[in-house]
Design a protein around this ligand. Structure first.
Ligand SMILES: NC(=O)c1ccc[n+]([C@@H]2O[C@H](COP(=O)([O-])OP(=O)(O)OC[C@H]3O[C@@H](n4cnc5c(N)ncnc54)[C@H](OP(=O)(O)O)[C@@H]3O)[C@@H](O)[C@H]2O)c1
Length: 215
């Protein structure tokens, strides 16, 4: 698959490297061109000058940016997300890490769906720490990629990407279920912060209903 990753930090590098190793064609974009080129070269990917340029040639766009930059990133995509699958891997964490910034409203994913007109938005990868995204098989057993979407084409893409990474795709419901996925991610982040963990903890749903894991 041709995939544009917006963001070259922990998540962009981790998912990008794993997707390249799985045989996908990855193009990175962020604001800092030098870092983008360096991250792309390390991953075996391409670098674009802007999110819109990266998205133009892609079938799938992965958002790996701070949620607080949502409006700015949506503007930078300049309409290029329309008709494409957009995977929202962000978590709407407050700047001071005191909780979620969406406590009074919907999810970050629903906000991206409003901002990116015509995009097929799916929430996925946000519950996996970058350490897991970089090495999806590192725990020794297949881990779950929990995802939420209203869109059949986005669902098909996430299932295919999960399979290519050795992850088990688990549908948790419509895009509105991103509220719970973001809360789960925050639970895991807070757990790590208060217990001084190694940022490798992750969720596995034992005895998941067959319909949730069906392709
Ligand atoms: N770290 C994790 O384990 C983890 C796991 C799951 C989900 N998440 C979520 O995933 C997102 C990224 O996390 P991260 O740890 O990768 O953050 P990070 O290391 O701070 O990276 C953020 C990236 O976003 C880019 N960026 C910021 N503003 C931008 C803009 N306006 N346009 C384009 N690119 C922009 C930055 O590059 P420039 O400054 O060059 O633009 C940087 O490459 C966050 O929402 C986070 O909550 C993180």
């Amino acid at each position: 698959m041709k995939i544009a990753i917006i963001g070259t930090g922990n998540v962009g590098q981790a998912i990008g490297g794993s997707l390249v190793r799985a045989g996908h064609t990855v193009t990175f974009a962020a604001r800092d061109g030098a870092t983008t080129r360096q991250v792309a070269a390390t991953a075996g990917a391409s670098a674009s000058a802007s999110p819109a340029d990266a998205a133009r040639g892609a079938e799938v766009i992965i958002l790996a940016v701070p949620y607080l930059a949502a409006e700015q990133v949506a503007a930078e995509l300049d309409g290029q997300a329309a008709g494409k699958v957009v995977i929202d891997a962000t978590n709407p964490i407050k700047a001071d890490y005191s909780g979620l910034s969406t406590e009074t409203g919907g999810s970050g994913a629903e906000r991206f769906a409003q901002l990116l007109e015509g995009a097929h938005v799916v929430k996925a990868f946000n519950t996996l720490f970058a350490s897991v995204q970089a090495d999806p098989g590192g725990h020794g057993s297949a881990l779950d990629l929990l995802y939420a979407t209203d869109d059949a084409s986005a669902k098909a893409v996430v299932i295919a990407l999960a399979s290519s990474l050795g992850l088990r795709p688990v549908s948790v419901g419509p895009l509105a279920a991103s509220r719970e996925l973001e809360a789960m991610a925050w639970l895991n982040i807070r757990l790590q912060m208060i217990s001084g963990g190694d940022w490798r903890s992750t969720f596995v749903l034992v005895d998941a209903p067959a319909a949730a894991t069906a392709a």
